[in-house]
Each structure stands twice: as structure tokens, then as C-alpha cells.
Design a protein around this ligand. Sequence first.
Ligand SMILES: C[S@@+](CC[C@H](N)C(=O)[O-])C[C@H]1O[C@@H](n2cnc3c(N)ncnc32)[C@H](O)[C@@H]1O
Length: 258
Amino acid sequence: MARRFGVDWDSYLQGFHTERPGSTEQVLSRAMNGHHTPYRWLARAVSARATTVLDLACGAGAMTRELELPGRLVVGIDISAAELELAQRRNEGPWVRGDALRLPFADESLDAVVSSMGMVVIHPTSRLLAEAARVLRPGGMLAFIAPTVRPVSPGDVRIGANLASRLRTLPRFPGPLEFTDFAATLRNHGMRKYEDGRERYHVTIHSRTDAETMVSALYLPTTSQSRLDAAIAYLEHEVRKNGKVELAVPMRRIVALK
Ligand SMILES: C[S@@+](CC[C@H](N)C(=O)[O-])C[C@H]1O[C@@H](n2cnc3c(N)ncnc32)[C@H](O)[C@@H]1O
């Protein structure tokens, strides 16, 4: 894997998800837009006729559970043993430990491939897309969500800038945060873009514990503990002043058909 930002992402991700399994889920399952989470938004993109669905980079399985329907087989795959152990404690699966860049599934064997966050975490994106396209049946659907930079409000920008000044960086990912030319990339893999939407979710922080949960779920491979502490202290200060802090979580959902 390329050393983006000078980081050895394979070992960073392995350590992060071994030490903190379920941390993405702790944030995204509390990220709300009206009454729904990003997981619900992604699940809604998948046709009820899809009876074999793969959840790529399933982590602790929040998305996999959201995809469940009577008569549908949902398989979760992840490279992290610790994440899958947590997933298995909640639901019997099937869970598969494996690399999304070498999927252990036959060509054209699945109705839908879904991923919450996998596209920004697994790199190179083109290889991941090639694997997704290979296992999808003709007419099958690829749907994923990824964090993005908009929509945000002026208040979100202020809080984001204050946090970034404590952390001296923004959260980082091995893959690109803003997909550009995605339609062309999909076409190269025999798929066409069907939908590209954005929604603003937010997580409400009520306490120092909430602030710690939020900050420890971010990928910050080059940030020192003292900077993490400063970001948590800033959020705690805002909670004391205003009773709560709303942290924006803008998300993008892309749906493609093979
Ligand atoms: C940000 S978490 C998202 C987890 C889950 N989809 C969610 O949204 O709650 C990224 C996940 O990607 C997994 N991952 C990283 N590289 C992978 C790879 N090459 N193949 C499969 N999973 C991978 C990590 O172990 C981690 O569970």
C-alpha cells in the first residue's frame, strides 16, 4: 500500500482496529439526520430484490445488521480479527475474515456489494472497484458511503476549524476523501454511476466521555496524545458553556450498477 502522508497505513489500521474495535460504529450509529443514521441511508439504497449482499469492510457489523431482510443473505467481510470478534458476539453472521482486495467469492455471484467507509480506507480504490465489479452479477449494485467535506453550516466550519487547530490536522484516510472523476473510474470497471448524494449528519456531544469517544474514533496517525487531549478539552469546554456540541458528519452516498 502507498505511504500516503508518510504513513504505513496497513500497520496503522491493523493496530487501530485491534485496539479499538467498534469505534467507527460508536460514532456512525449516533450520527443523525432526522431519525436516521448513515447506515440506514446506505441500506435504503439497496433493492429489496437483492438477496445476496456483501458488506465490505464490515467492522463490528452495524451496517451488516442494517441490511438484514427476511430471505436475504448478508455476508460481512473484514480484515480485522478484533472487529469480527465483536461482530460475532452480536450476531452469528456469516462473517468472513479476508482482504477486500482479494475477495473469496466467485465471479458474478452477488446481487449487491455495500460498504460503509471501505472506499476511503481500502486502497488502491481502482483495485477495490475491480474486485467489487468481478463478484457482482450483471445488473448488480455497488453502494457505499464515505465521509466528505460538505454540506456543512458556518457553525460547523467554526467548530471544525477550532478542532483542527487543536489537532493541527484533519482526520486522514489512506484513500481520497473527495472522489473526483468517479463516474469515469466506475466505467473503467464496467459499472455506471446511478446516484451521487450528500447528507449532513451530526453527533451530539454531551460530556467529556462523548468527546473522548469521538476523538478516539478518528484516524489521526501523526497526532500526539497532547494534541488529542487538547481537542477533547476544547469539546468539554464547549459542552460546559453551551450544554452540548453538535459535530457535523457530512457523508456522501454513491450507487452504481454493473
Ligand atoms: C472505518 S472502519 C468501518 C467499519 C464499518 N464498515 C462501519 O462503518 O462501522 C474500516 C474497516 O475497514 C477494515 N479494513 C481495512 N482494510 C481492509 C481490507 N483490505 N479488507 C477488508 N477490510 C479492511 C478495517 O478492519 C475496519 O474494520
